[in-house]
Design a protein around this ligand. Structure first.
Ligand code: ADP
Ligand code: ZN
Ligand code: ZN
Length: 724
């Protein structure tokens, strides 16, 4: 017998299938990890195929050295997925395989945890001499507890007495596997009866389709997910539910634990490596049937899937932008069709791409148009900050927001102040007329690069001098930058010295449990104000929050990305959803320097569909995705001459592609990357924008060209969010 093996090393030159002989008597199966001789070394690999015949000269073949485990850690579905992902995202086979098993397991550093437990030997009649008082105490204690106890639980007793009991075989010691369990807050199960929209959604979600569940914030999507998962388990099948890392709040996890108990395994970045290893194994061994986690949980080792759910499907974190690059939806879609189960994409603000697919009939649209508690969305008021400046207020807060804050405090309620950190301090804006520096060719905002004092277009690479005077109104107060959370907190403390002001951002939540502490402090203090970044935008239900202030809505609008407007709409909707979730009336105040931008009109009316139509129209006329596909081919190397030459060669050949398909190219150019060196590697790029119809084919041809010339220095990115 022979096998095909993938070497577990991420070099593209090794990215092929190697053949080995399976020695007689070795129980090798597909998906197993093996050690194989390679050159003069023995290295790890994965068996991806077992076969009767080999394609090579048998005399030259080597034999598999040994098996690493006695089971196949890669299941058949994942072997198929490996091929799919490698082809779709131009990845090496080995790099995809690594996504499927935990790094703890691959490195072999983490193992299952076994602990000693002690119990009474039921086979012996326990007769201790009267003098053995200490031994008697231990025996009595074990009898009273009536279960095996750990060394820790017996720590209060004499160790030598325990040992003599073990020697006499009155007490038996056994080694038991213990699970390292991620922390979750305990809470009681809370059940509601589905309303008619929710019930209808659950009924429609069936079969093998992809469903786009468009439900306004607070419409009760989570309840729908739980119901679908319950149904799936009842059918004897398994479930995967993905949530963005940022909304993996202790609250959400507690809700699922309360409903599904030990059947849930959690996979997120807050776990210790031991916890992660054990949670993964509980899924692998079928002890847990539901995987809940961030992006990478889509690779959960579950078979027989009955449903896959992606919550907040529009979130950028579902796109893996570093190697191995992939889009979670593609993987989910593959797994759903392999398992013949439904895929549910849920959001209050679906991505333009997904909604377009629903419109075309590729996805089936299901709507939850009202909040589950029957309340309206809070009124959203737009404040023109240019006007504030004209009236002599050049501070962080508008008069309106200050007035409302004072009200909140007077009424002993709570407020959240949101700072938009996407695209933080990267663009230049005139403080007097609102002008923002944009690229002449691309209509995206220029990014300020401090290191070389330039404004750069991240789309086409053009560079401009930093502005010292506004080209529109001549003012000299043209500045880059925005306010930070700390600044806002200081200002608030100055204004409201007696009020609790809490801050939540990357800096204040670096330590374990800090996040939870801040939230519970906020919850228990009235009145109080929580200042934060994206972290406070979702997942929290605070009944006393009656005011949400968005200090700098524009920050995400001027990001150098064609999705900026979409992201801004999503953020506002999400943040606004924090206000007035219970009996109290809520209110949202949004400060902007561009009050007439269409995104604010639609956001203020919570009009997703109106926004979609407008945005779709703009993408269509300006030829941006989903009507085109943007491809960046990034070349990076320590040797600048080498990458520059390589770029030239590839670019010349790709230009011939443009001649072959003149109708399909919207844009093609080669240039230095906006950030020209990272980690001492020089970066150059080819950018293409292709009409959607034939984009896949041209992408493949371009890939073949590049792959022909170099294996290791090139990365392919499709519709990247970050073009630096
Ligand atoms: P979404 O995820 O759509 O924003 P949630 O799932 O967080 O909304 O639900 C919002 C609130 O409504 C939660 O407090 C939830 O318990 C409650 N809820 C959901 N469904 C119902 C229902 N059918 N009846 C009453 N309350 C509900
Ligand atoms: Zn100006
Ligand atoms: Zn440009």
């Amino acid at each position: 017998m022979y096998c095909e093996v993938i070497i577990d090393q991420d070099a593209k030159v090794l990215d092929k299938v190697f053949e080995y002989i399976i020695p007689d008597g070795m129980d090798a199966r597909e998906g197993m990890r093996v050690l194989v001789p390679f050159g003069s070394r023995i290295i790890q690999g994965f068996i991806i195929k077992i076969k009767q015949e080999c394609n090579f000269d048998k005399a030259k073949l080597k034999s598999v050295h040994s098996l690493v485990d006695d089971f196949a850690c890669i299941k058949p579905e994942m072997l198929q997925l490996m091929k799919f992902m490698a082809r779709k995202n131009h990845l090496t086979l080995a790099s995809t395989l690594r996504l499927f098993i935990t790094s703890q397991m691959r490195e072999g550093k983490v193992k299952k945890l076994f602990k000693n437990f002690y119990k009474l030997n039921s086979a012996v009649d326990i007769q201790l001499p009267k003098t053995a008082k200490k031994q008697q105490q231990i025996v009595d204690y074990l009898k009273a507890q009536n279960r095996p106890l750990s060394a820790g639980e017996l720590a209060g007793f004499s160790a030598s007495s325990l040992h003599s009991l073990i020697d006499k075989q009155i007490i038996l010691r056994e080694s038991i596997h213990v699970q390292r369990k991620p922390f979750t807050i305990r809470q009681d199960e809370h059940r509601v009866t589905l309303n008619s929209d929710q019930a209808r959604a659950c009924q429609l979600i069936n079969g093998t389709q992809t469903f786009l569940l468009h439900g306004v914030t607070g419409s009760g999507k989570t309840e729908v997910y739980m119901h679908l998962i319950e149904r799936t388990l009842a059918e004897g099948k398994n479930a995967i539910m993905l949530v963005p890392e940022i909304s993996l709040t202790p609250q959400i996890m507690a809700n699922f634990k309360a409903r599904f108990g030990e059947r849930v395994a959690l996979l997120h970045s807050g776990l210790s490596s031991g916890e992660r290893f054990d949670e993964w194994n509980r899924l692998f061994e079928g002890e847990a049937q539901i995987a809940i986690g961030a992006r990478s949980a889509i690779f959960a080792p579950l078979e027989n899937l009955g449903i896959i759910i992606i919550d907040e499907e529009h979130e950028a974190s579902y796109i893996s932008e570093s190697n191995p690059r992939y889009f979670t939806h593609d993987v989910a879609s593959f797994r759903a069709s392999y398992n013949k189960c439904p895929l549910v994409l849920g959001s209050a603000t679906p991505s333009i791409e997904s909604y377009e697919k629903a419109k075309n009939g590729q996805y089936r649209l299901i709507e939850l148009p009202t909040r589950a508690n029957g309340k309206e969305m809070p009124p959203l008021q737009i404040v023109d900050m240019m006007n504030e400046i004209r009236n002599g207020n050049s501070g962080i807060f508008s008069t309106q927001l200050l007035f409302e804050l004072a009200n909140v405090i007077k009424n002993k309620k709570q407020a959240m102040i949101f700072l938009n950190r996407r695209g933080y301090s990267s663009f230049m804006r005139c403080r007097d007329c609102g002008y923002v520096a944009k690229c002449e060719d691309c209509d995206v905002s220029l990014v300020y690069h401090k290191e070389d004092q330039r404004l750069k277009c991240h789309f086409c690479g053009k560079q401009f001098k930093v502005l010292t005077r506004c080209p529109k109104c001549g003012s000299e107060s043209i500045k880059q930058g925005a306010v930070g959370t700390q600044q806002v907190v200081e200002k608030l403390r100055e204004l409201f010295p007696d009020v609790k002001i809490l801050r939540m951002d990357n800096d204040t939540t670096a330590t374990k449990n800090a996040y939870q502490k801040i939230l519970s402090e906020f919850k228990n203090t009235l009145p109080s104000i929580l200042v934060g970044t994206q972290m406070i935008a979702k997942g929290h239900d605070f009944e006393n929050v009656v005011l949400v202030g968005i200090v700098d809505a524009d920050q995400s609008l001027y990001h150098s990305d064609y999705r900026s407007t979409e992201r801004t709409f999503q953020l506002i909707t999400q943040v606004a959803g924090r206000a007035g979730r219970s009996e109290s009336e809520g209110k949202v105040i949004l400060q902007t320097y561009a009050p007439r931008h269409y995104v604010y009109k639609f956001a203020a009316n919570y009009d997703y569909k109106g926004f979609f139509r407008k945005e779709e129209n703009i993408r269509q006329t300006t030829l941006f995705p989903p009507f085109t596909k943007i491809i960046r081919i990034l070349f990076a190397s320590h040797d600048e001459n080498y990458v520059r030459d390589l770029l030239k060669i590839c670019y010349n050949e790709i230009r011939q592609l443009k001649e072959k398909y003149p109708q399909d190219f919207v844009y093609l150019d080669a240039m230095k990357s906006p950030v020209k060196r990272i980690a001492d590697k020089y970066r150059y790029q080819i950018l293409m924008r292709l009409k959607a119809d034939r984009a896949d084919q041209i992408e493949q041809e371009a890939f073949d060209i590049v792959n022909n010339h170099s294996k290791d220095t090139v990365f392919f990115e499709v519709n990247p969010q970050n073009l630096s």
